[in-house]
Design a binder for this molecule. Structure first.
Ligand code: BT5
Length: 320
């Protein structure tokens, strides 16, 4: 698209001007046509100043999670090589799943500003208010067994927690298996889904929902947003880019076989390790002390009876 190319040229010029003449030469279209493209970009929220004799200058970009902005300076190997952005989607996991079935390559990202049917685990709802959070899903095609899928949620949750800490300085912790908490409140959930056979993974979709500048009143009880915890708005684009970079990094380490390194970092940010918890797994309740998280992402629980139980999924309640 010509608009994307114009934008790129304006960005490369930093805050300098690009003349209408130069643009019309580069793209081989009339200056009136350039002006129309500039107007289109303005209507999308780009603040572009125009000065006589000097030309156009990019003043600011909109607070929107578009593919072009997310890819700008992303510099990842696998994650985000392709980014499909939507103003509105049913569920980004569902869209990514459909794309993966049609052969879309690993690393493709589907992002939406708003979801009409955002999902959590076990058919639960993910509240997805528009324009202030981020809802995105990534297609992965790792060479693993279906039972190792929890390791993906593990590395993604580590990537998110680290990015949140890096960008906001907030004390983000990981509540096994798939929540990110700040000050004990849920700011992010991860939904990892699989397409495969008993002994083969065709693809995995990992979906991340994160409350960034979302008003707490719009969220369920016990939830919060980064802005609410920090007291100021957070740059959504920078945060999502930091998450994608981290996933790229940890996914590479994971594929290289060094899960131990990931687990080591993960444990430092675990909200449940060494805590007394109750776990609800398919309506079976177990309580005990969390003694470890193993390399497949399973929780090792020392039951009150003294026996250890290896748990692959469930809902955790912290007891003390
Ligand atoms: C999750 O499920 O936490 C996984 C959520 C994954 C959402 C992303 S958004 C992009 C992609 N597309 C999708 O359709 N989904 C993924 P679970 O652990 O089952 O937690 C669900 C519970 O979290 C709900 O029952 C609520 O109690 C709570 N919840 C719902 N919306 C929330 C929100 N926005 N913030 C915090 N908590 C929320």
């Amino acid at each position: 698209m010509v608009e994307d190319k114009i934008l790129e040229l304006l960005k490369r010029r930093d805050s300098g001007h690009v003349s209408g003449e130069e643009l019309s030469e580069v793209f081989n279209v009339s200056r009136t046509s350039i002006w129309k493209h500039i107007e289109k970009l303005r209507s999308e929220g780009y603040d572009i100043a125009a000065a006589p004799h000097l030309g156009y200058r990019l003043v600011s970009i909109p607070d929107r999670l578009t593919g072009i902005e997310l890819k700008w300076g992303l510099d990842t190997k696998i994650i985000g090589k392709k980014i499909y952005s939507y103003k509105e989607a049913s569920s980004t996991n569902d869209i990514a799943y459909g794309m993966a079935v049609s052969g879309e390559r690993e690393g493709a990202v589907v992002v939406a500003e708003y979801q009409t049917s955002g999902r959590g685990r076990l058919g639960r709802k993910w509240v997805s208010p528009g324009g202030k959070g981020a809802y995105f899903s990534i297609i992965l095609r790792p060479d693993i067994l279906p039972r190792e899928i929890s390791a993906i949620t593990l590395l993604v949750s580590l990537a998110v927690a680290k990015a949140v800490r890096g960008i906001t300085g907030l004390p983000a912790f990981i509540k096994w298996p798939n929540d990110i908490l700040i000050n004990g409140k849920k700011v992010c959930g991860i939904l990892t889904e699989l397409n495969g056979e008993t002994d083969k993974v065709n693809f995995i979709i990992t979906g991340i929902g994160i409350n960034i500048n979302t008003k707490v009143e719009l969220l369920p009880e016990g939830a919060s947003s980064l802005a609410a915890e920090k007291g100021v708005a957070v740059d959504r684009l920078e945060l999502v880019k930091a998450i994608l970079r981290n996933i790229d990094k940890y996914y590479k380490i994971f594929n290289g076989g060094d899960t131990a390194a990931i687990i080591k970092e993960y444990k430092k940010l675990s909200a449940v390790l060494d805590r007394q918890v109750q776990i609800n797994y398919h309506n079976k309740l177990m309580s005990g002390h969390v003694v470890d998280v193993d390399k497949e992402g399973a929780l090792i629980l020392r039951l009150d009876s003294g026996f250890n139980e290896r748990i692959l999924a469930g809902d955790v309640t912290m007891l003390r």
